[in-house]
Design a protein around this ligand. Structure first.
Ligand code: TMP
Length: 223
């Protein structure tokens, strides 16, 4: 498993309230226990510049933000994260575990926000070049369950600008992820995230073990 995970770029993604942060923590600890050095990053953010962009993106005061501005800010944070942290870690042969990536932009600003896939991918090409993830794990959950988890997760804080969007918007986000999974089944792995965290984690590890057994190696990257 160590050889399989080293130098691999893995993204955890899914709608708000899907429980990916819990799984992210568990998986990072599990991978470290396999003897792999893990670099953990989150989006938007993950660098000093990215965290400043994150604050702008999530501040409810910025309700006038236009969709193109929003998409470009997410990509700007990503471009910085890629050069500052992701590329160097992959070059050192570490496992990069990212909480969200381009798949989030395709779901939120694309399917839900109305931007075309082509426009997003054109900007993504500038932001990340050919540094695409080897595996994109989508934690899928119905919108009602996600809504309840989101509310429980912010017991003492108010919803951010993205969480304030309508239930219909969040349903489109979910559909956006499912569509990406259908379009690229070799790269995307869907995990049913309605179950309890232990069951979800067992499925997650199982899916990595079976990919390793199937001999799916990381794609060759040009730098
Ligand atoms: P987080 O809550 O997982 O940290 O993500 C922050 C919010 O930003 C979440 O509502 C998803 C949203 N988002 C986008 O809309 N587009 C993106 O490209 C990314 C990375 C996140």
């Amino acid at each position: 498993m160590r050889a399989f995970l080293s130098g691999r770029f893995v993204v955890f993604d899914g709608p708000d309230g899907c429980g990916k942060s819990t799984q992210f923590r568990r998986f990072a600890d599990w991978a470290s226990a396999q003897g792999v050095t893990v670099t953990e990053v989150r989006e938007p953010g993950g660098t000093s510049i990215g965290e400043q962009i994150r604050a702008i993106l999530l501040d409810p005061v910025n309700s006038a933000m236009m969709i193109r501005c929003e998409m470009l800010l997410y990509m700007a944070s990503r471009a910085q994260l890629l050069e500052e942290r992701i590329r160097p870690a992959l070059e050192r042969g570490e496992l990069v575990l990212a909480d969200r990536f381009v798949s989030s932009t395709l779901a939120y600003q694309g399917t839900a926000g109305g931007m075309t896939r082509d426009d997003i991918l054109e900007v993504a090409r500038v932001a990340v070049g050919d540094m695409w993830p080897d595996d994109i794990v989508i934690f899928d959950v119905d919108t009602d369950t996600a809504w309840q988890r989101m509310a429980a997760g912010r017991a003492d804080s108010s919803p951010d600008r993205m969480e304030q969007k309508s239930a219909e918007f969040h349903e489109r986000v979910r559909q956006g992820y499912l569509q990406q999974c259908r379009e690229d089944p070799a790269r995307y792995v869907t995990i049913d995230a309605r179950q309890n965290p232990e069951t979800v984690f067992a499925r997650l590890v199982e899916s990595f073990v079976s990919r390793m057994k199937a001999g799916i190696a990381p794609r060759v990257r040009r730098s």
